[in-house]
Structures are given as structure tokens and as C-alpha cells.
Design a protein around this ligand. Sequence first.
Ligand SMILES: O=C(O)C1=C[C@@H](OP(=O)(O)O)[C@@H](O)[C@H](O)C1
Ligand SMILES: C=C(OP(=O)(O)O)C(=O)O
Length: 414
Amino acid sequence: MKKLLLHRVTRPFQTEIQLPASKSESNRALILNALAGGKATLTNLSEARDTQTMLRLLQADGPVADVLDAGTTMRFLTALYASAGRQKTMTGTPRMQERPIGILVDALRELGADIAYEKNEGYPPLALNGFSYSGKKELTMRGDVSSQFISAVLMIAPTLPEGLTLHLTGALGSIPYIEMTIQQMRMFGADVSADWDSRRIVVASKPYAATDFAVESDWSGASYWYSFVALGPEGSEVELLGLKENSLQGDAAIVDIMRHLGVESTFTGRGFLLTKIPVKEAFEWDFTHCPDLAQTISVIAAIKQVPAFFTGIESLKVKETDRVLAIQQELRKFGADLVEIVTNDRYQIKVSADGPQAGTEIDTYDDHRMAMAFAPLAMLADTVIENPDVVVKSYPRFWEDLGKILVIDEPAHA
Ligand SMILES: O=C(O)C1=C[C@@H](OP(=O)(O)O)[C@@H](O)[C@H](O)C1
Ligand SMILES: C=C(OP(=O)(O)O)C(=O)O
């Protein structure tokens, strides 16, 4: 198994990083452009494997669409192909076959899709066998498992002869991702109105218009650089290029979060400059609407010795791995922990008095965010990351970029 040794950083660093583009924006733009006839110019599409997989599958016409481990690619393509009546098998990695999809399949079936489960009820692989429009104009969907099901149905809604009114139930999570979908749909000419109080989204039947779209840098990928600055030596600073002052991405919440945990962000016109500021004493955050930041923040709080309380991290259990378990297991390697307080639905970060020791080895659970969230341990001690190639899912050049601030090689006895 390949491993990387990240050498401890002892001197302040000042650098600029050209972040990868957002895979969330890219994958929406690709679906919308496909629905609009494929004529738009999409610039700065992400080099993330999740986006490259989407591109490849949209261009291929084979009977099997293997999305690997890309959640949005699985959910968005299932809706696109099912509503177009395409015959396809939708499949992915063993982990993808454990990630739920029943809420989306039920919604598409109500609209008229013929979909069968090839193995386990509620999970991929799926057999898409055709579409015969049911005429259904209103649907109710649960929004508490994954917002991706809602985004997937929304994007195909303008292509339905009667449009669609969606009623959302349950404790809604990842709402900014649904808002991102709606904003990008509007840019492609869709007529969508969302009322979050009554939890109703109305989409008119209307052809999409091919619209050129430039993808912003990825705020989730930005979060790891906040971590390096927060944990790095005094005087360290990083300028992150390609981020906009007003983003479509909910993970821009990292700006507010890190004001508590030791980083100030200043817009420079070409991105954000991150500088160190003092850490506030206590920290509490609800990750319901920015779940992909929870791993990054867990590591920062544990090492900065901030006794933090988290809510809204339940959805982490059905992502690339059970991320709650993975965070717990890796934090325990250096005396920290993420402890569930069952009585009030919260989790508490137990801080680490000593911090990581030289040679702490981090397992990555086939999860890009485990590798990137724990890499900042190298600000304190030599750190070994196993299976580092997992980063290709969202940030293929992560280790190359990290080479700008620290020395990376292979451990002697890997
Ligand atoms: O729509 C999207 O682009 C995403 C939505 C989120 O998933 P959930 O809605 O399942 O929380 C997020 O975790 C994922 O990385 C990307
Ligand atoms: C959860 C993620 O992606 P997806 O659900 O699209 O696989 C992620 O990138 O952290």
C-alpha cells in the first residue's frame, strides 16, 4: 500500500495556491448543458475524478454507467438517464453500493421511470428500463438523507411536460447545495421558485437554454488550506486563487467558522488571503448545511485544544465512508476524540493535550477528505498518510500543492 511521509513544518510559509474547480458546480453544469443540447462553453471544469467520470459517462453510450465512488454523478445521471427513457445499468464501487438511493428511485418511479434494483432494495446497482410519463405534477420527497436526490429531480423537472412542484419533508440537510442547483438551473433559463418556509419548490416546464458557465474554485478544497494556516507557525499565510466574494457554494461558510478557530480571510480580487488570528475560546457549529467541512474542523479543534461542540453530522455516516467513525478512530491515535453526547444529539471534540507524535500514521478509508483533513497534522509532527491517491476524487493536485509548504516523500519502511 502506497504511503506518503509529510515532514513537519518548522518555518512560516507564504504561498499562493490555484485551487481545483468545484466538482459540485461542474457536475451540475454538465448535466444542465446536456439537457440544454450540449452547446454551451463550460470553462474551468474540475479535474476531480468525480467530474471527469461525469464527462466520460456523458460522452459514452455503453449499457453500463460505472460512477466509481462519485455520489453526485450517480444521483444526477440516474435522474437524467431515467427521465430520458435510457436503458442503463447504474453502478459504482462497493461503497457506492452501500450508499442509499431509494428516495430518488421512488421519486423517479412516481414520474414514470421503470427502475429495478439489481442487488439490494434501496441501493445501487440499478437497472433503468425506460420512462412512460405518469403526468404527476406534484411530488413529496424527504430531504434528510441527501440533498443530492432533490437536486437530481429538480434538474430534470423543466423537461417534464407539466413541470413539477416538489414538497420537501424531514429535517432538510445541505440546503446550500439545493440552492446551488436552483441558481445554476436559472442561469440555464429555468423558471424555478423556492419557498423554504413552506418547503415547496415550483419548477415550470420550459426548455433549457445552453449558457456559457465558468466554474468557481472549490471552497471544500479551500478548507484544508485554512487548516494549514491555523495550525502552521506564526506568520504563515496563503492566498487561495479563483474564489469569489459571493459564492454559490455553501462551504464558503469556512470563512465564518475559521474566524473562531484562528484564520482571517481577506478578499484580494483574485481570491482570498488567509492570515493567522487568535483563536476564540469555545466553539459550537451546526454542520447540517456544510457537512463536508466537519472532518477539517474536527482536526483543527482537536489540535488547537478548543473544546468544540458539533451538531448536524449524521449525514456523514452515509458518505465515502462512515466519516463519524473514521474521524473518531484517527483522532484517538493522538489522544483526541469525537464523543457522541446521546442525550442532546451533539458531538464534542475531546482535545489532545500532547498532539500527534512523530510518525503518527493516518488511515484514509477510501475517503479523500480523510487524507486532506488529517494532512495538517504535519504542522506539528512528521505524519504518514496511507493510500494518499484517494485525493483524486476532488483534488488530484493536492499533494503537489502541499509540496509548496512542506517536504513530502515516501516513508523508509512503507
Ligand atoms: O450536491 C452536491 O454537490 C453535494 C451535496 C452534499 O451531499 P449531501 O446532500 O448528501 O449531504 C455534499 O456532501 C457532497 O459532497 C456534494
Ligand atoms: C460526499 C462527497 O461527495 P459525493 O457524495 O458526491 O460522493 C464529498 O465529496 O465529500
